[in-house]
Design a protein around this ligand. Structure first.
Ligand code: E4P
Length: 220
């Protein structure tokens, strides 16, 4: 399973990369806005930190504008993946870009029917939003499972990128379902490392080791 960092914060992304856990990055307009830095500079900085796909989202709502933005983003770095909304216009843009060999990530996917269209449009990734479905009392992970089943039925190469993951259990469930990628905020990645029994066990080992040292150093 690939891990993408769902962030536009270069410090966090660098830390995830140093942990060896950043296979790629997903950004969106809200994440970029949160950093308060120029858009292009932020993306270029991220591309210099992580050698993997970096999703950059268009803000146009019509195909023509989406394609213009995509053409611009594609000149920024070879690892840029064009993130498009799962709308009729987004799917039309996706079809065009896919036929030109441009990598795409179709975001804001909330239903299996949308995901089927995404695969037919030749997208590289589909992003089902797990947490946002949970927020409205739907089991978001069911969508990930349904999409994986549909794609397997027909051998569609589109990769399922489980998004809007809010806690480590979401990541584990996405992995159990077989999602190709999970994109998560840095704080979720960081939580995955933690277990109180690991901390307590290590503390015990280190304090016992002090006794061993004391015995070795003790005069005969
Ligand atoms: C990823 O591509 C999405 O932008 C992101 O996962 C959305 O997460 P949120 O629902 O927690 O904002």
């Amino acid at each position: 399973m690939k891990f993408f960092v769902d962030s536009a914060n270069v410090k966090e992304i660098r830390e995830a990369q140093e942990m060896g856990m950043a296979d790629g990055v997903t950004t969106n307009p809200s994440l970029v806005a949160k950093e308060g830095k120029p858009f292009k500079d932020t993306i270029l900085e991220i591309c210099n930190v992580v050698d993997g796909p970096v999703s950059v989202e268009v803000v146009a709502t019509e195909m023509k504008g989406m394609l213009e933005e995509a053409a611009e983003f594609a000149t920024w770095h070879k690892n840029v993946v064009i993130k498009l909304p799962t709308t009729k216009e987004g799917l039309k843009a996706c079809k065009r870009l896919s036929s030109q060999g441009v990598k795409t990530n179709l975001t804001l996917c909330f239903s299996p029917s949308q995901a089927l269209l995404v695969a037919k449009a030749g997208a590289t990734y589909v992003s089902p939003f797990v947490g946002r479905l949970d927020d409205i009392s739907h089991v978001g992970m069911d969508l990930v499972r349904d999409i994986l089943q549909i794609y397997e039925n027909y051998g569609y190469p589109t990769q399922v990128l489980a998004a809007s993951l809010r806690h480590p259990l979401h990541v584990v469930e996405a992995a159990m379902a077989g999602a190709h990628v999970g994109t998560m905020p840095f704080k979720v990645l960081d939580l995955m490392f933690k277990h109180p029994l690991t901390d307590r066990g290590l503390e015990q080992f280190l304090s016992d080791w002090e006794k061993v040292k004391a015995q070795v150093l003790a005069p005969a």
